[in-house]
Design a protein around this ligand. Sequence first.
Ligand code: NAD
Length: 496
Amino acid sequence: MSHNDLHQNFIGGKWMPSVSQASFENRNPANTDDVIGHFPDSQIEDINQAVAAATTAFHQWRLVPAPKRAELIFRAAERLTDRKADYARAMTREMGKVLTEAAGDVQEAIDMSYYMAGEGRRQFGQTTPAELPNKFAMSVRQPLGVCGLISPWNFPMAIPSWKIMPALVCGNTVVLKPAPETPLSAAHLVKILEDVGVPPGVVNMVHGGADIGAALTRHSGVQVISFTGSNTTGRLVAQACAPDFRRCHLEMGGKNAIIVMDDANLELAIDGAVWGGFGTSGQRCTAASRVIVHQKVYKAFLEGFTERTRRLRVGDGQDPSVQVGPLVRLSQMEKVLSYIRIGMDEGAKRLIGGRRLESGAYAKGFFVEPTIFGDVDPNMRIAQEEIFGPVSAVIPCDDLAQAIAIANRVSYGLSAAIYTQDINKAFTAMRDLHTGIFYVNASTIGAEVHLPFGGVKATGNGHREAGQAALDFFSEWKSIYVDFSGKLQRAQIDRE
Ligand code: NAD
């Protein structure tokens, strides 16, 4: 292991190894011979140190005026912009998504940073008349303290930025525990925050896996947990937070549907199904893993969708001509292949794909062919469970009401889309689909940072990321009454 390969935690403004001195490897999923680096396999003691540093830093940071905190975040946006191309290349190598999408991931962090920098001068509360004379009433946002941030690998820089930037602008300090599959992209973001002068201890990062994630969720010095990941883990996080009533935000899985009506622009709908189903190799919480198509256009849609999917180029995302990269790791690939077998056993019609690609240039990576199942019954497991891979389930329907019923009949509720030229159908679907995000004539992916992001039902627990909603999660309201009457005035009682 060369010196350059060995990465560190960031605690109290210092880069340092784990107390255990142990490390784990990070390899390129397109070519597992390519070792990206070794990262600290941290222990509970590292988490304790990071929480202690964040606690100490909080006493000063909460008193820094929000517009000043925001200036640092603004500078971070500028530096990220300067380094966007380098960070995108590193991200592709680290987790496989193709270069243009990796650049989009970094751009999302830039967008979030600029947006939250603006919020430094906009953390509005309310001033309102009091019900008693000579009394003043207002509400202000207050920071919460130390935030534990736990992120997944599929948006390695965007998701940490969605959590860090609003937390910081509200005056909190943070301990980030990034996914072990993508520690380098998280480290790039944290290094930028160090470089622009965020004070020591305000941002801390501890690498490692489930054990230290769990330790963070149980730590009594942590006031808030913001978690993005699977439902299985999310349930454990909620349980860990419950005994201490710790505030906790969960963003979890999806089983998102595109509805294609008989009056849709079919070419556009096919564009959306290809991009939504196979972008990021289907490893997006908002991936369009179901397409519900009106009987009248079902055959034409399937032909076009299959044909377009056949032309997709699968390979190493570092090659600019590649459109679909590898899956992130062996176990993820095995899970996807097992769902493909389940689909075939359930009697769905495999129209294209379905196999691992393993010869020649594919031999050292985790590549699966983009796969389409047709004639899928909405109750099949491939139409109900999150696969998180390049697998699309196409379900026929008779009309809009049936399409909406099918779309809603899953436990998740993140994103949905409809393709139609009929404004009445579009508005009906917009109102009746049980999701936190909805698109008309666009795919299920493509959220912008200044709107709330998140889902209903099993996708989330009622909070939202991004937009103004992020400020609501990372701050607490304080209502303030100033009585300048000089006498005892009793609300609700002194009414004359
Ligand atoms: P995961 O749940 O396996 O891991 C997420 C993070 O939690 C990682 O950092 C992991 O180390 C950590 N972790 C694991 N066990 C833990 C525990 N017991 N306590 C605390 N932390 C623990 O998820 P993943 O495989 O990294 O990500 C894929 C999942 O994330 C998918 O289900 C996807 O839908 C979801 N996701 C959701 C959104 C959203 O905004 N709704 C966005 C992206 C991904």
